[in-house]
Ligand binder design. Structure first.
Ligand SMILES: CC(C)(COP(=O)(O)OP(=O)(O)OC[C@H]1O[C@@H](n2cnc3c(N)ncnc32)[C@H](O)[C@@H]1OP(=O)(O)O)[C@@H](O)C(=O)NCCC(=O)NCCS
Length: 166
């Protein structure tokens, strides 16, 4: 998979999804601080994971400008959504869903039997998004998010027979 676009019939693409390049990582690190504050991924963590981790970094652009990203992890066994974010000014336009579609397509392409993620228990918007993709609660991981000490909900969707919630 290289890139995807979302377009209305006959109109210019509304968005493009592509792999992030190393040159995009400083932008991502800035967005992390802006969106996640104290629990942001640091630039060092991002760079190290990007270069050496079993991860894939995807970005979504509007008119060629990055406005969101997602990070997937796959070790040949568990397919994991490690990060997902859309800049505040670009939210509510279906870009989160576009990144989720991309994530699910990649998981299926890899033949993963299921997909996993963690989400803060109070993140109602993300919870609604994940539930719309069939993710179900598995367990709570206490104090998963640091330094806030917030609990995470571990969620999983089985991919065999998965049907997108249109
Ligand atoms: C979660 C996030 C990625 C969603 O991005 P987005 O581009 O706004 O999402 P979309 O426009 O594609 O909306 C997808 C779904 O999210 C939910 N949603 C979006 N905005 C919402 C709102 N204001 N209130 C409630 N639910 C909302 C809905 O279920 C929506 O589906 P619908 O349009 O069919 O109702 C974005 O809010 C974000 O970056 N949040 C901060 C970072 C974060 O919390 N990431 C998740 C970490 S686990």
């Amino acid at each position: 998979m290289t890139s995807e676009t979302g377009a209305d019939a006959g109109a210019a693409p509304a968005w493009t999804i592509r792999d992030l390049g190393e040159e995009d990582l400083p932008w991502m690190a800035d967005q992390e601080v802006r969106m996640f504050g104290a629990s942001a991924w640091s630039r060092e963590l991002i760079t190290h994971d990007y270069l050496y981790g079993l991860t894939r970094y995807r970005g979504i652009a509007l008119d060629g400008e990055l406005v969101g990203y997602a990070v997937y992890g796959y070790d040949g066994d568990a397919f994991h959504l490690l990060n997902l974010a859309v800049a505040p000014e670009a939210r509510g336009r279906g870009l989160g869903r576009a990144l989720m579609d991309d994530f699910m397509a990649e998981a299926r392409h890899e033949g993963a039997p299921d997909a996993w993620l963690e989400v803060a228990v109070d993140n109602e918007v993300a919870l609604a998004l994940y539930r719309a993709y069939g993710f179900e609660d598995v367990r709570v991981r206490r104090k998963y998010y640091q330094p806030e000490g917030l609990d995470a909900l571990v969620m999983r969707v089985q991919l065999n027979g998965y049907e997108p919630d249109a």
